[in-house]
Design a protein around this ligand. Structure first.
Ligand code: DOR
Ligand code: ZN
Length: 404
């Protein structure tokens, strides 16, 4: 049994909290608040094939140290997860890596939509959390860039009652922007080459397909006020459309290119600062349902290459909760909004089974980001001083404090 004595709930009321466990701990917890453990619906843990960037041994440590006990992993690996056989192989690898480090991380996998493997979609429902569609190219070469295949995915998914998660950036518009771009090729160009219209064109298309076929649609990494407006309209029209944002779109903007250089390059790109406030407001209004870290590690030497060679993506799973708690400390979000965003809404959208995982946080702890468990060894949040940190994570009845 694990007992947290005098822990607080999100309303500030104290209680003695016991959790079923084979371990025995009695912890004086009057300085801590108990929150449901974080569900991160969007990670790239890189197994198989890209394990020089991350694997599940290190990814699981990073997740648990950030109060996260459940992740949904993306299919843009090497090879991509776009057949039943590849999915089975990937699960076996993940299970063996988790076993090696003896860490109880829960996970689900997204299946990759690929136009040459559409026949693999029927029958996949029981093994995956949803289908991931890259409407624009990103890391790897999974992309659906023709309307016919895209419609086929939405139609098949609706028949199977499978959720479709979209990386909503329009591939044709990206190519056009690259062809016509005359400005300097530095990192900040990324936000022009993949401007907001690149995102909204894809979001509109995906929402129209959701409407046409009745497909449950999850829009990944919503980054701009224009996408927020489209999601708000879709929800007002009673469509089964859900939206995720990311910590980097909430807590960084285009000014980050000056300091982070290639490490600020991510798809969809960072936006101007005005969008950040709208994303926060969309969380408060319930237009944005979830937050996904989009933990996308690349090595430092990969990220330090010049623009054009440097891959897109940034790691940060273990700092997602501290960043949100810091926003709470600044008065931007309530604890209830954070719980909805990091756990409650994901449970509903993805129909997750009930389980008892918790994170105990110290809302007053002030600390700088000074290290990361991610194999890639860096994070864009390094050096940031944040108020509010996880202290204990309880996953499957096991208590974690210091994962170093
Ligand atoms: O910046 C990104 N990196 N966006 C994506 O869509 C993929 C990700 C990755 O896997 O590196
Ligand atoms: Zn991603």
């Amino acid at each position: 049994m694990i007992i947290f004595k005098k822990v607080k709930d999100i309303h500030g009321d104290s209680y003695d909290f016991s959790i079923e466990s084979e371990e025995n701990h009695a912890i004086q917890a009057d300085h801590l608040v108990a929150l449901p453990a974080v569900i991160d619906p969007h990670v790239h843990f890189r197994t198989p094939g890209l394990e020089h960037k991350e694997d599940w041994r290190t990814g699981a440590k990073a997740a648990l140290s950030g109060g996260c006990t459940m992740v949904f992993d993306m299919p843009n690996t090497l090879p991509p997860t776009f057949t039943h056989d590849l999915l089975r192989d990937k699960k076996a690898l993940i299970d063996s890596q988790l076993k090696e480090v003896n860490l109880p991380l829960r996970y689900n996998l997204f299946f990759g939509a690929d136009k040459h493997h559409l026949s693999e979609i029927p029958g996949i429902k029981e093994s995956v959390i949803g289908i991931k569609v890259f409407m624009g190219c990103s890391t790897g070469n999974l992309v659906i860039d023709d309307d016919e295949s895209l419609a086929a995915v939405f139609e098949m998914a609706a028949k199977e009652n499978l959720l479709v998660a979209v990386h909503a950036e329009d591939e044709h518009l990206i190519r056009e922007r690259k062809k016509n771009y005359k400005g300097p090729m530095h990192y900040a160009a990324h936000s022009h080459l993949r401007d907001i219209e690149v995102a909204t064109r894809a979001v509109e298309k995906a929402i129209n397909l959701s409407k046409k076929y009745g497909t449950r649609l999850y829009i990944l990494h919503v980054s701009s006020k224009d996408e927020v407006a489209l999601v708000k309209q879709a929800k007002a029209n009673q469509l089964p459309v859900y939206a995720e944002t990311t910590p980097h779109h909430l807590f960084f903007d285009t000014s980050a290119y000056d300091t982070l250089k290639g490490r600020a390059v991510v798809n969809p790109p960072l936006r101007d600062s005005e969008h950040r406030e709208v994303l926060l407001e969309a969380i408060r209004e319930g237009v944005i349902d979830t937050i996904g870290s989009d933990h996308a590690p690349h090595t430092i030497s990969e990220k330090d290459q010049p623009y054009g060679q440097c891959p897109s993506g940034m790691p940060g799973i273990e700092f997602m909760l501290p960043l949100l708690l810091d926003a709470h400390a600044k008065g931007h979000l309530t604890l209830q909004q954070i719980v909805n965003l990091t756990s409650h809404n994901a449970k509903n959208i993805f129909n997750l089974p009930i389980y008892q995982d918790w994170v105990l946080v110290d809302l007053n702890k002030i600390s700088k980001v000074h290290t990361t468990h991610s194999k890639c060894g860096w994070t864009p949040y390094m050096g940031k001083e944040l108020t509010g940190w996880p202290v204990f994570t309880v996953s499957q009845g096991r208590l974690f404090k210091d994962l170093n």
